[in-house]
Design a protein around this ligand. Structure first.
Ligand code: AMP
Length: 398
């Protein structure tokens, strides 16, 4: 699939037209319903502003949480409408429903250069089922569909894919940026190309490793998944997290990498803890010295130094998954060290969303990266080489 050939919002005439814009406004809220991180809304602002500046009638649409097809005030997008009104400097009203009378009459009354917000699209059963009638009704409110919700592009839902059957469908600027940067790295990377993979499980990353085996020069492994690789290579790993059913697969991946001349770097040392607890006693040991009863909870300083050195000459880096239990201070050093090394590498650095993006943000290093993806699940599926329904449904350039 060639993602570079998708039409963008700049390829269509939007003046005076009703434009349905699918965004990812699934932002975190505190117990009082205040938005605690507006990042996802902010990242769709260029698309929204572009459309308003060109006098489109903008109908914004998003999901929030998992209300499972039922109205639930906890997941209302009302706080998003308040924030949108503040940043756009115009009152953005939210409809009480998604495709009901209120939404339809509000859409019909929209003026050129005005925006409105539909209520949480997942309040409707037809959304996650990608029900054709629901998708058709949603599409009937607009003349053009813009998908800017990269974070939901791996879902074949009515508002992320289904609507594209009924009206011209193009990508927004955020979507375009995500697929261009990641597509470029995967199809024509500046070399050396290094993939840093961490997180808890090998099982979640098998697809990524398999797809990247033919593309990268080096894998750097950290996080819980490193211990399955280390065990497969004959190390004693104590009580470290290990997927025994994936040991053969790990051996196989190491052998395949060797055949293809792809390096796989595993931790040289580890910060180990006695228990899986925040304040458990901890110390640093080499990878062949993990005692019985202890568990590896972070990569150690020698590993950070070795990975830092290897990252210095990189052309492209893709990083998905923390190097340790970065949520706990004693085991955050590896992830922080690697984040600094990636930031200072001079490479085209792409951070998969989710935990890795959160760790980089926490370290104050987001601005130093070429791209921090807004979609954890979606970017993982792109790295796996999968076709994402929310992108595949968009019109190709002529
Ligand atoms: P994932 O959801 O697979 O990306 O994994 C992220 C989670 O992996 C984070 O919550 C980390 O705390 C956890 N993690 C990282 N390293 C380890 C480790 N060595 N042992 C157990 N969990 C880990």
């Amino acid at each position: 699939m060639n993602y570079f050939h998708k039409k963008s919002v700049e390829d269509v005439d939007v003046q005076g037209k009703h434009v349905l814009v699918r965004c990812d406004f699934n932002v975190p809220l505190d117990e009082n319903g205040n938005i605690t991180d507006t990042g996802r809304i902010d990242s769709s602002m260029p698309t929204i502003r572009y459309l308003l500046d060109r006098h489109a009638k903008v109908i914004l649409c998003s999901h929030m949480g998992r209300p499972k097809g039922q109205y639930n005030p906890k997941y209302s997008l009302a706080p998003v409408a308040v924030y949108l009104s503040q940043v756009l400097g115009q009152k953005v009203e939210m409809a009480d429903d998604v495709v009901g009378e209120h939404a339809k009459s509000m859409a019909a009354a929209l003026q050129d250069g005005q925006a409105m917000l539909l209520e949480n699209v997942r309040f409707c059963q037809g959304e996650e089922e990608n029900d054709p009638d629901f998708a058709k009704t949603l599409a009937s409110m607009a003349e053009i569909y813009v998908n800017d919700a990269f974070g939901a592009a791996h879902r074949a839902h009515a508002s992320t894919a289904g609507v594209a059957k009924y009206i011209p469908a193009v990508c927004g600027f955020l979507m375009e940026k995500e697929i261009t940067i990641m597509g470029q790295a995967l199809s024509n990377p500046k070399r050396p190309f290094i993939a840093i993979l961490g997180g808890s499980k090998v099982a979640d990353k098998i697809g990524v490793i398999t797809n990247l085996l033919d593309k990268v020069d080096t894998f750097m492994i950290g996080g819980g998944m490193a211990y399955t690789f280390m065990n497969a290579l004959g190390y004693s790993i104590g009580n470290s997290i290990c997927e025994t059913d994936k040991l053969e697969l790990a051996k196989d991946l190491v052998a395949k990498a060797k055949e293809k001349d792809v390096k796989i770097l595993i931790p040289l040392d580890n910060v180990i803890g006695e228990k899986f607890e925040k304040d458990t006693p901890c110390r640093v040991v080499d990878s062949d010295q993990i005692p019985e009863g202890w568990m590896g909870l972070d990569i150690g300083p020698k590993t950070v130094a070795a990975y830092t050195e290897a990252l210095q000459g990189a052309g492209t880096i893709i990083w998905n998954g923390p190097m340790g239990v970065f949520e706990w201070e004693h085991f955050a050093g590896g992830t922080l060290g690697v984040a600094k090394a990636v930031a200072e590498s001079g490479a085209i650095s792409i951070i998969g969303g989710g935990d890795t993006a959160a760790a980089v943000e926490h370290a104050g290093l987001s601005d130093k990266m070429a791209h921090v993806s807004t979609g954890g699940g979606a970017s993982l599926e792109l790295l796996e080489g999968k076709v994402l329904p929310g992108i595949a449904c968009l019109n190709d350039k002529d």
